[in-house]
Design a protein around this ligand. Structure first.
Ligand SMILES: [Zn+2]
Ligand SMILES: [Zn+2]
Length: 70
């Protein structure tokens, strides 16, 4: 089992959920993957792309991308 790399300086993939933008969907809040910078929508959003990304990529550490939120 390997420890996922955490790079706080990794640039975010964008200012919104890429997957939602691609499908014309919407999101409630955003989450940022600390391993690769992937931005996905949170579990309160319609498609839950952040959780989906974590499952599919094996990147388990997702931080909030919202100001003032952990
Ligand atoms: Zn999304
Ligand atoms: Zn990732």
């Amino acid at each position: 089992m390997t420890t996922p790399e955490i790079d706080p300086t990794v640039p975010p993939s964008g200012t919104g959920c890429l997957d939602c933008e691609g499908t014309g969907g919407w999101w409630f809040h955003l989450r940022r993957c600390t391993s690769c910078g992937h931005i996905g929508c949170c579990d309160d959003s319609l498609s839950r792309h952040a959780s989906k990304h974590a499952t599919e990529s094996g990147h388990p550490i997702i931080r909030s991308f919202e100001p003032g939120e952990d």
